[in-house]
Design a protein around this ligand. Structure first.
Ligand code: HEC
Length: 148
């Protein structure tokens, strides 16, 4: 399913062009990326207070961007997942959930896998660096994938 991958790349590149202009390659150049959002502590406090609008936008983003690789429920079984090495992990796994910080999840969503020592197959979303509340809502969404 190479097509999906290319499609993803194309979408990512156009996202970069629209959102940030040239010179803002996602993931691979963390040094030139905008500074991450502030202290994890204050962000965690914000987590419960993300607006309904941000939550709705996050859900929509997951269902359109993230699901292609991660699957609609985050199990790692999206239509493009088979073409990836490594394949996306199961985001529902409680052990994985415990192993990562909220900040890590927010970083990988914005800057991509390569920026945080994970697979570069996880693309950054440079358009979201200007939307910290949506990033927080996406992180909350990812957290919500775990069984309770
Ligand atoms: C082109 C395929 C692709 C897309 C699109 C994608 N991911 Fe990923 N994602 C990956 C791969 C591959 C990994 C690395 C393997 C792993 O850790 O699961 C990953 C890893 C992750 C991780 C785990 C990071 C870790 O350190 O363990 C999270 C969380 C994540 N992605 C969230 C998202 C969210 C949220 C979106 C949508 C904004 C998204 N991904 C879009 C492929 C993708």
């Amino acid at each position: 399913m190479l097509e999906w991958r290319l499609l993803g790349r194309a979408a990512l590149v156009s996202g970069i062009l629209v959102a940030c202009g040239p010179g803002s390659e996602s993931g691979s150049t963390p040094a030139s990326a905008p500074e991450p959002a502030p202290a994890s502590g204050s962000q965690a406090a914000e987590a419960s207070q993300v607006s309904a609008a941000a939550t709705a936008e996050a859900e929509q983003i997951f269902a359109t961007r993230c699901y292609t690789c991660h699957g609609s429920a985050g199990a790692g079984d999206g239509p493009a997942s088979a073409s990836l090495t490594p394949t996306p992990r199961d985001l529902q796994d409680p052990d994985w959930q415990q192993s990562v910080s909220d900040e890590h999840i927010e970083q990988i969503i914005q800057y991509g896998g390569a920026a945080v020592g994970r697979s570069p197959a996880m693309p950054g979303n440079p358009d979201l660096t200007a939307k910290p509340e949506v990033v927080a809502a996406l992180r909350a969404y990812v957290r919500g994938l775990a069984p309770r």
